[in-house]
Design a protein around this ligand. Structure first.
Ligand SMILES: Cc1ncc(C[n+]2csc(CCOP(=O)(O)OP(=O)(O)O)c2C)c(N)n1
Length: 271
């Protein structure tokens, strides 16, 4: 059997992986490898960081320096690394819980500082690894393990959050839109400054079965696609019509000074 050429980027000793069949995080790992391969990302300079969660496990499988640490603290580590060595290519893999719940404040501050990292968030709309609890990103009314009568809280829009905080590259796609997603990853990896690529993704095991009443990955992906609109389509829809939709597209891509060791030394302030 021919080996997948992208397999050379994986740490053979860490396989087989632990993702469930049809997992969106595993798909995003594949997208990342395709993007990295196409832009010839230097894996010797790559540091992949994950907190805790299914998505956070991705760095463990990559043939690169990896840090798999504690839930929600990926960005403090990334900040330390970039301040020490701005030449590193730091890529963070985070679940929506990791990024927006326990790690929410780090997420805002890193975007505000324009820390030069790529953050890939797999938004499966729940806390996947721990069994499917409600997350800040869970759409209203849906049933989760901890909201058996339906979620009563409005959800966070991760892209709007970091846009408001000052991120300089922000993009959201879904696992269904692989082509656009891979293009966005290529741009994010080459971007200087805080780059977020969010993927709305299926978690058939812990979100699908409860919220959508199906554990079929294809049906879960279809459910996401039916609720997705592009930025262009969204312009013709009211806030009410957009309430339950996923708006997909490249939101911003611009340059401003990044936060790194030399920027602190260059302030020239009085002692
Ligand atoms: C400090 C801390 N709090 C809580 C947990 C328990 N925990 C482990 S994974 C996880 C949720 C993961 O959800 P998410 O970040 O959305 O990633 P996913 O598994 O869905 O990819 C939680 C709450 C933990 N390991 N450490």
């Amino acid at each position: 059997m021919t080996k997948n050429p992208l397999r050379r980027y994986l740490r053979e000793g860490s396989l087989p992986h632990f993702f469930c069949p049809g997992c969106g995080a595993a798909q995003v790992m594949n997208f990342f490898l395709q993007a990295a391969d196409e832009i010839e990302l230097d894996f010797d300079r790559l540091v992949a960081i994950g907190g805790v969660g299914c998505t956070a496990r991705i760095p463990v499988y990559l043939h690169a320096d990896a840090l798999h640490g504690v839930h929600g603290r990926t960005l403090p580590w990334a900040t330390g690394m970039k301040l020490h060595n701005s030449g590193l290519e730091v890529v963070i893999f985070a679940g929506d819980g990791d990024a927006a719940a326990i790690g929410g404040n780090h997420f805002i501050q890193a975007a505000r500082r324009n820390l030069d990292v790529t953050m890939i968030v797999v938004n499966n709309l729940t806390f996947g690894m721990t069994g499917g609890q409600v997350a800040p990103t869970t759409p209203e009314k849906l049933r989760t393990m901890t909201t058996p009568y339906g979620n009563v809280e409005p959800r966070f829009d991760l892209c709007k959050l970091v846009l408001a905080a000052g991120a300089t590259f922000v993009s959201r796609w879904s696992t269904y839109r692989s082509g656009q997603g891979i293009q966005a990853l290529k741009k994010a990896l080459q971007h200087k400054g805080f780059a977020l690529v969010e993927f709305v993704a299926q978690c058939p095991t812990n979100f699908g079965r409860r919220a959508l009443r199906t554990g079929d990955p294809t049906k879960c992906v279809q459910w996401i696609e039916e609720r997705s609109v592009t930025l262009k389509e969204a312009k013709n829809l009211s806030d009410e019509e957009l309430k339950d939709r996923f708006v997909l597209g490249d939101f911003v891509d611009y340059q401003r000074p990044v936060f790194e060791g030399s920027s602190i030394l260059a302030t020239g302030g009085e002692k």
